[in-house]
Structure formats: C-alpha cells, structure tokens
Write a protein that binds this ligand. Structure first.
Ligand code: NAD
Length: 485
C-alpha cells in the first residue's frame, strides 16, 4: 500500500535515534485501513533518563548562545520542513488518517511557520531597563530550563513545533512525548532540528502512553510542562506539576459555541460551521460544535448545510481529491458512534450522516443534529468527532447566556453583518480564541488558548514567550548604602 514508514528507532535522544525494545510495543495503525504500518516501543526508564540528562546538558550551552544564533537554527529547520512538506504531509496522513489535501497546507507548514516566527523573535528577547531616580533596576529574561511537551493525536507535527519553537527560541531544551496514537511525525521534527544545527539533546522525542508522560512531568529536573490533551489528563498533569511548582501551559478540550444571527451571510456561516465541525473529521479542540442559529434563518441554514455536505469526498486520504478522512483510532470511532446513538436516543433530529460505514479503518459519516437542546449530552460533552449540534435561539442575550453555560472556554465564533453586534457579542463570550465571520483560523501571529476548563497559558505569538521564560530582576544602587546601624 505504502512505502515503509517504520522509523529507524522509536526515540530520538541526544541527537540520534535510540532504541530499547524492552519497552512495550506500540503498533502504529493507518486509520483509513486499520493496517499496522510501523511499531515503536514505549520509553523505558533508561530512555527517559537519557533524554532528560541529555536535555539538561544541552540547555546551558544553548542558552549561552546569542538569540540570533538560536534563531538561525530554528529558521533553517523551518526551511527544511517547507522543502520536505510533501513527504512530511504524507507521513502525517498515514499517522493520523487526515486527508493529504489538508495535511499539505495545515500541518508541517504550520510547524514551519512557528519555527520561522519564533526563530525571528529569538534575537529580540530581552529584559528591561527601569530608571529609579539615582538608582536603577534591570530585568534579564531567562529560560526556564528543561521543558516537557506532551502532545495529542490530532496534529502531531504542528503540536511538536508549536511547543518546540518558543521553548528553544527562549533558550530552553525540550523532551517531547507524542501521543501513543500518532508517534511518527515528531521524530521527523527532531531529525530536522538536528540537521538544522540544534545541538544533541536540545530536542528529544520519547514514545509512550500516559505513564511515560507522568514520569517526565514528575522529574525534578523539569521546569515546565506544556500539555495538549483532554481536560481529565490536564487536571492530572497540572496537579503533578504543582507538586514541583513547575510552570504549565494547558491546551485542553472544548465545546465551543458558534453563533449565527439572522443577518449573517448564509453561505459564509454554513462554510464556517463546516470548517468548525468537519475539518480533520471533527478532531479539532477549538471546533464550534454547538452551532446556535437564530430562528429566522434556521431552516435555510440547515437546507444549505445539507446541500453542501453533498461535496464530502470520503475515501483514501492519500488521494488529494479526498476531503474527509477517518477517525484517528478505533477507540475514538467508538466514542463518536456512542454519542451519535445518544443524540438519537435523547430526541435530537438527525438531518445528515449518522452512519458508521462498515469498511476497514475507523470511519464515521459527517453528522448533523438539529433541534438539539442544551441539556442533551451531545450539546454538553466534547465528542471530538464530526458531529455538529444545531440549536435554535431567539435573541442575543439568550444566545450569549446559553453559549457561556459550559465549563469549557476554548473558542467561540459569531456570524453577523452587524459590526457592532459582532464585537459586542464577542466581548461577552467566555472563550480564549474567537472568530468574527470566520472559524478556526490559527495563524502563528495570534495567541491561541483557552479559559475556564479549556486551559492555562497561550501558545503562539509573543504571548508564548511569557510561558517559556522568566524574569530576573536586578536592583542597582548607585550611591552609598544607608543602614540604620
Ligand atoms: P489525552 O488527554 O488522552 O492525551 C494527551 C496526551 O497526554 C497523550 O500524549 C497522552 O499519552 C498523555 N497523557 C495521558 N495521561 C497522562 C498522564 N497522567 N501524565 C502525563 N501525560 C499523560 O488527549 P488525546 O485523546 O490525545 O487528544 C484529544 C484531546 O486533546 C481532546 O480533548 C482535545 O480537545 C484536546 N486537544 C486540545 C488542543 C488545544 O490546543 N487546546 C489541541 C488538540 C487537542
């Protein structure tokens, strides 16, 4: 079916591939077929030790380089990624099942954007001079030390780069643990960073499930943990990090609202809802899965949506005509199928999809429920699959109140032609990342992250620098010291 994607070894530590077959076997499954395409081994304590010791050793020398030198390595890595975009995209497609049509433009390229952006910024990271009359103070922006990155399975290349780029720009080293569901892509990023001139040990990749992640988080040499994952995992990792008073970034789940007002451009609103529910087969944390549609436009919205879903091309994700792939794993397919059954049982009206095709791989049809109420489980819980819930509303106050009635707060969107309403509504929505007449754009220049249970901290933009560095304050007395005795 495909060329071999078996990596040279399971881990990338101290600038080279490293194997330890004593670790539990992890089969890598291509979600479109269910075929095992590679096998890696979970990191043993010896591998974890080598990675942490290597990172600690590399970090001091790396931090001592000038910012411009560090930035050059990151920008070189970005160039290599762009030159190899097709190969990296293909690997991402095999690892995740996402269509090549998507991965060619959304994954390695987004990772390259982050490396380029933070590479450019590395030379500008400074402290501040603070005049104090005769005296003065200054701040030094210092790296945190060894950072741990832990990834989810939906965007393995992007997540590795979004964490590595600001961490390394600030002078930190990183040990990254990809999701056990998609272990292949981060290894390529480690290879490329090394080729670009990153010293051995600066960016290490170790494989394994939660147990390996927990060992990394608990290690006293680790100063910071950045997790992309679910809220239950976030709770555990945050608590563990608190034991060691470590810095954290938590990029967690969501159940984000998308508000469509009567005056919205119908096709744009339908397009936004499609992007915010079915891109990457719905496996996107920031998806606008609660689509609140004002009553006057509701029927037209549903009719247009159903019409446009005829454009779905489900099939081999390596075929560039395919625009809808499988779920990343059998377990996730089963979770989504259970939610679809729950939606039907709870009385929601199925207006599109709902099927779980009987074919090899982990497929679910793009599914739309209408007449969804706030109390239904499909409207309250993160499904992380291609299931759109359409809810009706009468007026703005009601829509805002219902949109905010969730523990999550990752994203929110509004479609309206009324410019004042757009900004008024966004100001009232409890979410970290918002969209006006659009959905799910994530340029590296814009901070990304959640409020409430959806997370802590921000990725991307200058905001990320605050989460990978700390300030040392230095008071300088220019005159004599006047002590009382
Ligand atoms: P998950 O929480 O099951 O796993 C995430 C990662 O944490 C994996 O690498 C896993 O091995 C690791 N892990 C699990 N238990 C751990 C522990 N006790 N200690 C340390 N590490 C542990 O999430 P998932 O199923 O891989 O991904 C889906 C979830 O991720 C969804 O909730 C989704 O919304 C969220 N997500 C969030 C963002 C974001 O940026 N906010 C992006 C993508 C995905």
């Amino acid at each position: 079916m495909t060329d071999s994607v078996q990596p040279v070894a399971s881990h990338f530590v101290n600038g080279a591939y490293l194997e330890d077959t004593a670790g539990a076997s992890i089969p890598v499954i291509h979600p479109a077929t269910g075929a095992v395409i590679a096998t890696v081994h979970a990191a043993t304590p010896a591998v974890i030790e080598a990675a942490l010791a290597g990172a600690a050793a590399a970090q001091a020398d790396w931090a001592a380089r000038t910012g411009a030198e560090r930035g050059r390595v990151l920008r070189r890595a970005a160039d290599i990624i762009r030159a190899r975009n097709r190969d990296l995209s293909r690997l991402e497609t095999l690892d995740t099942g996402k269509p090549l049509q998507e991965t060619l433009v959304a994954d390695a390229s987004s990772g390259a954007d982050a490396l380029e952006y933070f590479g450019g910024m590395a030379g500008t990271l400074t402290g501040q001079h603070i005049p104090l009359g005769q005296n003065w103070a200054y701040t030094i922006r210092e790296p945190l030390g060894v950072c741990v990155g832990i990834g989810a399975w939906n965007y393995p290349t992007q997540i590795a780069c979004w964490k590595a780029a600001p961490a390394l720009a600030c002078g930190n080293a990183m040990v990254f643990k990809p999701s056990e569901v998609t272990p292949l892509c981060a290894l390529k990023i480690a290879e490329i960073l090394t080729e670009a001139g990153a010293p051995p040990g600066l960016f290490n990749v170790v494989q394994g499930a939660g147990e390996v992640g927990a060992r990394l988080v608990a290690d006293p040499r680790v100063a910071k943990v950045s997790l992309t994952g679910s809220v239950p995992t976030g709770r555990k990792v945050y608590a563990m990090a608190a034991e060691g008073m470590k810095h954290v970034t938590m990029e967690l789940g969501g159940k984000s609202p998308l508000l469509v007002f009567d005056d919205a451009d119908l096709d744009d609103a339908v397009g936004g809802a499609i992007l915010g529910n079915f891109y990457s087969t719905g496996q996107v944390c920031s998806n606008g899965t609660r689509v609140f549609v004002q009553k006057g436009i509701r029927d037209a919205f549903l009719a247009r949506l159903v019409e446009r879903l005829k454009g779905v091309r489900m099939g081999d994700p390596l075929d560039e005509a395919t625009n809808f792939g499988p779920m990343a794993s059998a377990a996730q397919r089963d979770i989504v199928a259970r939610y679809i059954a729950a939606g039907i049982a709870e009385g929601a009206r199925l207006v599109a999809g709902g099927g779980v095709p009987d074919r090899p791989g982990f497929w679910v049809e793009p599914t739309v429920f209408a007449d969804v109420t706030d109390a239904m489980s499909i409207a309250r819980e993160e499904i992380f699959g291609p299931v759109m819930c359409v809810l009706d509303f009468e007026d703005e106050d009601e829509a805002v109140a219902r949109a905010n009635a969730t523990d999550y707060g990752l994203s929110a969107g509004v479609f309206t032609r009324d410019i004042a309403r757009a900004h008024r509504v966004i100001a009232r929505l409890q979410a970290g990342t918002c969209f006006v007449n659009s959905y799910n754009d994530a340029p590296v220049e814009m901070p990304f992250g959640g409020v409430k249970m959806s997370g802590v901290g921000r990725e991307n933009a200058a905001a990320a620098i605050e989460h990978y560095s700390q300030l040392k304050s230095v008071f300088v007395r220019m005159g004599r010291v006047e002590a009382p005795y």
